[in-house]
Design a protein around this ligand. Structure first.
Ligand code: ADP
Length: 272
């Protein structure tokens, strides 16, 4: 499993306040497409082909789950879709813009302005309160916190943390920290949300609440949500499930049900 410190790069505050005007957006959700994506790690005898010729299209407003056995390339795909890593070959096209043509600075702006990340390792800032952590993407983008006061109240209420807003992460449970991370990802209503095992550390009731929140957010704000998960019940919340095995897309399901997903995953694991 890959780990990335998501809040490190955006702390370089070059370009604060700039908008990504070169991305097409008409409030109609953002389409994300990959064409012949491959990712190779290492060289010679240590070469690992993590992704092989992955071509996919996620429509604006679509909530998609990515599943597959451990080591099948799920995290690698999510990181490349989130412009956190680069493919060895192939292209990622977000809102009509080919990411391979963008400088690192523009990729940082793209992540900051248009994407929200919910990863299993929450990357909360330990010295900040829950509400300060939620507001961080807005502050990093050079916006005034006051602009978000209503949205902040609404989100803290939605994730059930209204009475914990002044607590620091070490004063919160794992589930509460995850909910802070979700509220943080949603605060600026990004066009695209990337989630890696967002319910991985949560009990089933809290996990169901988090999935509801993601689904409602996708529907209400027309956000494209891409979620890696091992959990068939979590995947069943999505509109569509893409199955990976050994770096390849091997199957897809629309409007999936948990039993059908479990069956396909079992087949993939026994085939591997
Ligand atoms: P998944 O998320 O499905 O468990 P990953 O995308 O984390 O799979 O990994 C896919 C393959 O790429 C695995 O074989 C993994 O060991 C390898 N891999 C992932 N990251 C790296 C890396 N930074 N260096 C070398 N190999 C890696």
């Amino acid at each position: 499993m890959l780990q990335t410190s998501l809040l490190v790069a955006p702390f370089t505050v070059r370009g604060v306040g700039e908008d990504i005007l070169w991305l097409v957006q008409n409030g109609a959700g953002i389409t994300v497409e990959t064409v012949g994506l491959s990712k190779v790690y290492g060289e010679g005898s240590t070469t690992v082909r993590a992704l092989r010729d992955v071509s996919l299209e996620f429509l604006g407003g679509e909530f998609a789950a990515i599943m597959g056995p451990s080591g099948s390339g799920k995290s690698t795909l999510l990181h490349i879709l989130g412009a956190l890593d680069k493919p060895s070959s192939g292209r990622v096209i977000v809102g009509g813009t080919d990411l391979s043509g963008l400088s690192d600075r523009k990729l940082t702006l793209l992540r900051r302005q248009r994407m929200g990340f919910v990863f299993q390792f929450f990357n909360l800032i330990p010295t900040l309160s829950a509400e300060e952590n939620v507001l961080l993407p807005a502050l990093i983008a050079g916006e005034r916190a006051g602009k978000y006061s209503e949205r902040l109240d609404e989100l803290l209420e939605l994730v059930g943390l209204a009475d914990r807003r002044t607590h620091r992460p070490d004063e919160l449970s794992g589930g509460e920290q995850q909910r802070v991370a979700i509220a943080r990802a949603l605060i600026r209503n990004p066009d695209m949300i990337l989630a890696d095992e967002p319910t991985g550390n949560l009990d089933s009731k809290t996990g169901a609440g988090v999935l509801d929140l993601l689904r409602q957010s996708a529907a209400h704000y027309d956000q494209t949500i891409l979620m890696v998960t091992h959990d068939p019940r979590a995947a069943a919340s999505a509109d569509r499930v893409v199955f990976l095995s050994d770096g390849r897309v091997v199957d897809e399901a629309r409007d999936p049900d948990p039993d059908g997903i479990l069956e396909r995953i079992k087949n993939l694991e026994s085939a591997g």
